[in-house]
Design a protein around this ligand. Sequence first.
Ligand SMILES: Nc1ncnc2c1ncn2[C@@H]1O[C@H](COP(=O)(O)OP(=O)(O)O)[C@@H](O)[C@H]1O
Ligand SMILES: [Mg+2]
Length: 251
Amino acid sequence: MSAAAEISFDNVVKDFPRPGGGEIFRAVDGVTFSIARGDIVALLGKTGCGKSTLFNMIAGLTGPSAGTVRVRGRDPFGEFDALRGEIAIVFQNDRLLPWRSAIANAGLGLEMLGRGAAERKAAAQFWLTRLGLAGHEADYPHALSGGMRQRVSMARAFAAGAGILLCDEPFSALDEMTAQTLRGEFSSLVRENGRTAVFITHSISEALELGDRIIVLRRPARIALDIRLERGMDRARRDEIRENIQAVLAE
Ligand SMILES: Nc1ncnc2c1ncn2[C@@H]1O[C@H](COP(=O)(O)OP(=O)(O)O)[C@@H](O)[C@H]1O
Ligand SMILES: [Mg+2]
């Protein structure tokens, strides 16, 4: 494992008790990878393959049953507080607070970190503008389209200043045109701002559009493929990668 890795998993296992007790269910079965700073990595796999479980371990919401998880050299579950502010999450559902305006929602991450009102407002304003929502600062979530709400939740994640962005299928509830636009904007913003992003998806096209790298999981979560994407790949290379991934997901 590289010491400079932003995120590293070393032989990680996660077991869950089965309902009713007795046997355990192994949701993650010996996963090792490491993610470098500035990378956009898509974690791709079918429903039930353990993507959210990996995600929850990176976010420190749960710990591994065996093996080691490190985020910036720390244990995200055991040292949760030390990593507060280093990780921001964008969920499938935008999880905006309905009683707050767009700007108050976008400042929520910084508010939870105890930052002052002026700093929150400036950062929220900057990121709302960056995400094309200038003029909508005072709007409430119910007045915004699904795509705009997801823009607010991206603004909230960027505004919080976290170096690592964790995204759990944030665009899967949107229509394909909107999703495609947001994917492009998201990856440019991550790159321009030197963030690291882990992006969970079950869509091969989304993984190809977004990532510098695609980690393909088979069920139970084991790494089947780990593919680095070259910038400016030609059509034939993309088709080849797509076919390789399809073959694994069809197993
Ligand atoms: N808290 C839990 N308790 C018991 N089983 C769980 C729990 N979380 C996930 N699982 C099981 O682990 C497997 C992987 O789940 P999950 O990580 O949510 O997959 P994915 O996000 O890829 O759809 C599934 O079979 C799921 O039922
Ligand atoms: Mg999931």
